[in-house]
Design a protein around this ligand. Sequence first.
Ligand code: MG
Length: 502
Amino acid sequence: MEKIIKNKVILEILDKYRQIWALGHLGGLANWDLSVYMPEDGAGARVEALAKLSTLMQKLFLDRDFVELIKKAENEKDLDDSEKAILRTLKRALKHYQKLPAEFIEEFSKVTSEGQIAWQNAKKESNFSIFEPYLEKIVELSIKKAEYLGYREHPYDALLDEFEEELTVKDVEKYFNKIKTPLINLIGYVKNSKKFRKDHKIEKEKYDVLKMTEFNKKMLEFMHYNMKNIRMDVSSHPFSICIGKGDSRITTRYEGKDFARTFSSVIHEYGHALYELQSNEELYYTPIAGGNSLVIHESQSRFWENFIGKSKEFINLMYNNLLIAEPNLKKYSNQDIYEYFNLVRPSLIRVDADEITYHLHIMIRFEIEKELIEGKIKVKDLPKIWSDRYEKYLGVRPENDKEGVLQDVHWSQGCIGYFPTYSMGTSLSAMWKYYLEKELGNIEELLKQKDGIRKIQNWLKKNIHQYGSTYVYRDITKKSLGEDFNPDYLLKYLEKKYKGIY
Ligand code: MG
């Protein structure tokens, strides 16, 4: 295969970058271990080590020779797309490290580590006041962070950009303004349908964890997973992480009932892992290996979770294996399981939300974060504000903090500006679906073919995965689909699917 990275200065940069890469690699492993295997009492020391590791990475980034090389590369002509992307990504990281003082990074890391523990306790006790002082500090530091990083129009722009390159308040508002009313109307349609129900019997059916683990492995086998480059473990919050070349890891959880939750998380995380595994090998030791864009990444996980995992044909294919894992399901038909997977109902918990209401959960968080950063609302009033918004947009009201304002881990981790990428990534996935089907035919039909999954994976590789983080989400849609990011595809898909079910 022809080398795609040829420029001498870029190659020199990558040679030096390998030290930073190595620290990131080991940091990733330590983080994975923290969430999956290590004894609880060791967490304090691990958090301390990881905080020091991030200051060490900052030092390597700010190394004079390294900065000089990056400056030198800026004058290079005829860089190709991946070389330009390497430079762009490094300049971005450099800007972050140059603008945020080391003391600030350390303080932020300390407050968020303590904040996560406080949040866990607060959630356990369902008592927001335990977390409140930490969140107050986190919001205060986030405002400070925005000032350090700088922004053109809105301080929240600086925070959004930390998670999604160039994303602004304007973009997100434009996006939500477009989808809000159609989604609220569609929810209204579903609620007025005779078929509307608030729960499904299958949710109560218990399963055996070992048998369900076997089932999940069979599902991965069906999707051609290779045990040599991916492993699956258990953690309280499912996640996926690529440690390095040929080493992707996903996790799931087992509640012992309501199997759609473990099923969906496996297929979702596999979608993330596949992106990393199918990215061009030559990019593996560079800063553009795999996916940096959360919008693009989520477009991959959602693609598999919603369009494959929740499709009729996939349920047909998995049905017999499912009965082995959970014999109680014998009394239900494929159609019952399909309806159970695609149940639409306004609910309190984001991670359990259906494909339609999900976006309103995100919109509420976006509105609240923006107003917090603007200083329009106060942390101490959040439980009430949260509940009022849920009542306004979804018609449901939490009875306690645990199922309300305390449900997500993100704020305790200092991730303010992250949520919009979940919704926008899901919208992007609908664009991939449309264009993939235009080229290869209907997904349900593809699943009937012996090499259907392969065809889908190859299409995703060709149009998205191979590039790693070469392009930001706006540019990759333009390049691969010839069109700008557009949430109409999501709206059309949801309308067609759910007017069929309800
Ligand atoms: Mg995800």
